[in-house]
Design a protein around this ligand. Structure first.
Ligand code: CP
Ligand code: NVA
Length: 301
């Protein structure tokens, strides 16, 4: 594995290796065992969109691994003024040991990898959010002990989260149900990928049907970053696509609730469900451990 551009590129074995290392790094952190695998290394972090979790977890993660992280806002980089990705990739490869990028188009991330000569990590695009799903899988395994045949139900927009959850969960042996309006389906590329998994993916616009016997309920915002202008029309399109008591009532009794955050209480999830499912914050913590594992896999000597 040379980059983390999207989970479609990873084998099941590579995903499990990352999760195992993430568990180990989490254990070591808890027991104050130093793990300075990236001493002297620098990670550039290019942000063309806002972030709380991704920025802080990558930055502290690099520090804990003995390296450093540079926050590179789009506003300050020449890339924001039109310098080609190709040139940016070639130049940054001369200074840095890896780049994490959060942007709009998946192609920009793929191009950085194509033209640069250092590992590239996708910190979210409109198409995918692989780092988040690695943390999600880590959290599911922590709570459930295994993946085999567990059912994850995603409710809401067929967006970057839905895309990455479908790929990640199917690859590790889980089943996935997506409840989304017919107008907001996951990407065609991901649905094509899922065909090989036959009935392990179920897509419907019936929330209750999708939630039946689920082991994990997952949701995400109705309007993603970059879609703020569509917020009002999206509120109409997604009305009812919510994790609430009713959705939980048909899931398994011990079902987990996950959310990549930030959450909009009263829209995609009710406040009471948020309050009763603190595993959402274990999930947020696991961003740190899962990404440290990715950094070590990609950047350690
Ligand atoms: N879940 C997630 O990626 O959060 P941020 O947007 O805060 O980084
Ligand atoms: N779908 C959301 C995820 C945020 C972590 C977005 O792209 O804004």
């Amino acid at each position: 594995m040379k980059h983390l551009l999207k989970l479609l590129d990873l084998t099941e074995g590579e995903i499990i290796d990352i999760l195992n290392l993430a568990d180990q790094l989490k254990y070591e952190k808890k027991h104050n065992i130093a793990h300075r695998h990236l001493e002297g290394k620098s990670l550039g972090m290019i942000f063309q969109k806002s972030s709380t979790r991704t920025r802080v977890s990558f930055e502290t993660g690099m520090y804990q691994l003995g390296g450093q992280a540079l926050f590179l806002s789009n506003r300050d980089l020449q890339i924001g003024r039109g310098e080609p990705v190709e040139d940016t990739a070639k130049v940054l490869s001369r200074y840095l040991d890896g780049i994490m990028i959060r942007t709009f188009e998946q192609k920009e991330v793929e191009d950085l990898a194509k033209y640069g000569s250092i590992p590239i990590i996708n910190g979210l695009t409109d198409f995918a959010h692989p780092c988040q799903v690695l943390a999600d899988l880590m959290t599911i395994r922590e709570y459930k002990g295994e993946f085999d045949n567990l059912k994850l139900t995603f409710i809401g927009d067929g967006n970057n989260m839905a895309n990455s959850l479908i790929v990640g969960c199917l690859k590790v042996g889980m089943r996935v149900a997506i409840a989304c309006p017919k107008t907001h389906m996951p990407s065609a590329e991901v649905l094509e990928f899922a065909k090989a998994y036959k009935d392990k993916l179920f897509v419907t616009d019936d929330v209750k049907e999708a939630c039946k016997d689920a082991d994990v309920l997952y949701t995400d915002v109705w309007a993603s970053m970059g879609q703020e202008g569509e917020a009002e029309e999206r509120k109409k399109a997604f009305a009812g696509f919510q994790i609430n008591k009713e959705a939980l009532s048909v899931a398994k009794k011990e079902a987990m609730v996950l959310h990549c955050l930030p959450a909009h209480r009263g829209e995609e999830i009710t406040a009471d469900v948020m309050d009763e499912h603190p595993e959402i914050f274990d999930e947020a913590e696991n961003r740190l451990h899962a990404q440290k594992a990715v950094l070590v896999k990609l950047m350690a000597n």
